[in-house]
Write a protein that binds this ligand. Structure first.
Ligand code: SF4
Length: 330
């Protein structure tokens, strides 16, 4: 059985999970210029057929289960992207995202989508093509230098819309860019409140900010161990059973957080497309560090066991997820 997160069994002895993942960037092009962004481009265009084939082959040879599909925010607000979509016969960007997700599914992958802020109607339109989706809250207080799409009120509305649309969802907060501990806790409390109404959050990231070559924000103070512990203990009390993910390629403190964390997120042999300066170590290295702390590292699907049910998945995804759950050792 795929390992679950047991709220009553928090502490050492319980497994740490990860997802074997390959990222499919549908386009880096984005109309905005957020101060911290190391991802965006102006005129790269859409993932083409040859690149998609190559990624599908790489996913097969690398043993990926998760296809993480990402893009800039609302890329089809850009004229050249609309033209490219029309040339390839797509009505809009979401049609293209659905097509790529379906290609991934045909290749035996589980598509997890993150295309930024979306409306409830958009989420409902693409829901059945993805096994799970996500969008970071980042922080519940607004900051200068970020896209209008990054305003907290809109992102809260987007995360709530995903709950109403019954989508197994990942969100989280961004830390280490100059924010206060109080604002981190406010942000986690906001996510816990959203989850209490809809039950859709399967995990939250506490994601350390790292600057990339094109980022204009420098690195701020990272949370101390005591601050991490406070966040994780509060989250556990506020949203029991919702996993805490710390990406190990972004937070060097992660082995010290092993008594509290649940999950290491997507781990890939390929480049981290959002944080290109921070490659992952091997799964074996992470497994060894977990073992030294008395914990086993086990693979999970992008959709957690808690959300493998008819309430959250289409019949087709339910069948496939149950089959893979039975096959994952653990
Ligand atoms: S962070 Fe997102 S919205 Fe902002 S510039 Fe980068 S891709 Fe665009």
């Amino acid at each position: 059985m795929l390992k679950a997160v047991y709220e009553e069994d928090w502490g050492t002895g319980r497994p740490v999970t990860y997802s074997r993942s390959l990222t499919f960037v549908l386009t880096h092009d984005c109309p905005w210029h957020c101060a911290y962004c190391g991802f965006r481009t102006d005129h790269e265009g859409l993932l083409n057929d040859r690149q998609l084939e190559s990624l599908l082959q790489e996913a097969a040879s690398g043993g990926a289960r998760e296809a993480l599909l990402i893009s800039g925010e609302r890329p089809d607000s850009l004229h050249h992207i609309r033209e490219a979509l029309a040339r390839r016969g797509f009505r809009d960007f979401l049609d293209f995202a659905i097509w790529v997700a379906d290609r991934c599914a045909e290749a035996g992958l589980f598509p997890h989508g993150n295309f930024g802020r979306m409306t409830e109607a958009e989420l409902r339109r693409i829901r059945s093509h993805f096994v799970s989706m996500g969008m970071m809250l980042e922080n519940v207080h607004d900051h200068l230098g970020l896209a209008p799409e990054k305003k907290a009120a809109g992102r809260v509305a987007g995360i709530e819309a995903a709950g109403r649309a019954k989508i197994p969802f990942t969100s989280g907060i961004l830390v280490g860019w100059g924010e206060s501990q109080a604002s981190r806790l406010d942000s986690l409390a906001c996510l816990a409140d959203l989850h209490s109404r809809h039950g859709h959050l399967q995990e939250i990231l506490i994601q350390r900010y790292v600057p990339n070559p094109s980022s204009r924000w420098s690195m701020g103070l990272a949370p101390t161990l005591a601050e991490y512990r406070e966040m994780m203990e509060k989250w556990r009390a506020w949203a029991p059973g919702v996993a805490i993910q710390i990406p190990p390629n972004l937070e060097p403190l992660w082995p010290k957080l092993l008594p509290w964390l649940d999950d290491l997120g997507g781990i890939s042999w390929a480049k981290d497309e959002v944080n290109s300066t921070r490659p992952w170590d091997t799964v074996e290295t992470y497994a060894g560090l977990c073992r030294r702390a008395g914990r086993e590292l086990v693979e999970r699907l992008p959709v957690y066991e808690s959300h493998v049910s008819p309430e959250w998945l289409s019949d087709d995804w339910l069948k496939v997820a149950e089959k893979f759950q039975a096959e994952i050792p653990g």
